[in-house]
Design a binder for this molecule. Structure first.
Ligand code: ADP
Length: 257
């Protein structure tokens, strides 16, 4: 039986690669993103790769009504075996200059979105009796605050790591596992934006920032989205069925607990 997964923020970056890797492993994908063009493009990309038909849904992860609609609809039509809460935003700026609106937006998408979608997904899984798996994209910034110019992002990602544990604890009785992944310096559009912002804030070139990221990574290269996607695929696989509440570091050693 084909398994079905909803992946939020799959219209770009890490989420798109999670979708590609899972599709290659036979999963049916529902690409969920607030950006319709991105979602459509990922779904079309998946279809052209393995001929299987994938779907997309327009979803603002902080909207409980819409999240519930997507989860219930997918659960009823296709079954809901897994949900990956990966949508995120970041606005790199000094703590002293961060407007409260920016803090609110970051927390709304990165943390409330994980709560809202996790609840919608888990309710739907319980309703159809699926012993599913949920994976949340956290960050190494969810384990350490020693990250420049990302205070609101750090707050949101620490929240994701804690929320993942709380969800895992309560959902265990339904056979649902919940884990997070903690990427480091991943090559994505988000990171391209961050490198430009960080270069401006530090008064150095984006190339120099890139080098700083590499120097900060013991494996001495920037992380590829597939490095994260492969670990997400493992956490959704049967091989990982006894792992829950874990925050898996996937960052080339940039942060070690
Ligand atoms: P990353 O490096 O985390 O992959 P990207 O910026 O490349 O970062 O991708 C983040 C994705 O999350 C984008 O496709 C974006 O449209 C999506 N996204 C941002 N905010 C929301 C939201 N509120 N609801 C759903 N998706 C969102």
């Amino acid at each position: 039986m084909t398994k079905t997964v909803v992946i939020t923020g799959a219209g770009s970056g890490i989420g798109r690669h999670i979708a590609i890797v899972l599709a290659q492993r036979g999963w049916q994908i529902v690409v969920a993103d607030i950006n319709e063009d991105g979602a459509r493009a990922t779904a079309a990309d998946l279809d052209s790769r393995n001929g299987q038909l994938h779907e997309h849904a327009i979803l603002d992860v902080s909207d409980p009504h819409k999240a519930r609609q997507v989860a219930d609809d997918v659960a009823s039509r296709l079954g809901l075996d897994a949900w990956v809460s990966n949508a995120g935003v970041s606005y790199m700026q000094r703590f002293l200059d961060t407007p409260i609106e920016s803090y609110d937006k970051t927390l709304e998408v990165n943390l409330k979105g994980v709560f809202v979608c996790g609840q919608a997904a888990a309710r739907a899984m319980v309703r159809i009796g699926a012993k599913g798996a949920i994976v949340n994209t956290a960050s190494m910034a969810g384990k350490q605050g020693r990250v420049p110019y990302l205070a609101d992002y750090v707050a949101s990602k620490f929240g994701v790591v804690g929320l993942t544990q709380a969800m895992a604890f309560e959902l265990a009785e339904y056979g649902i596992t919940v884990n997070s992944v903690c990427p480091g310096y991943v090559v994505t559009p988000m990171q391209e934006r961050e490198m430009t912002w960080e270069a401006q804030l530090r008064g150095i070139t984006p190339d120099k920032v890139r080098q700083l990221y590499i120097n900060d990574t013991p494996l001495r290269k920037l992380e590829q989205p597939d490095d994260v996607a492969n670990v997400v695929a493992f956490l959704l696989s049967d091989d990982a069925r006894f792992i829950t509440g874990e925050a898996v570091a996937v960052n080339g050693g940039a942060y070690m607990d």
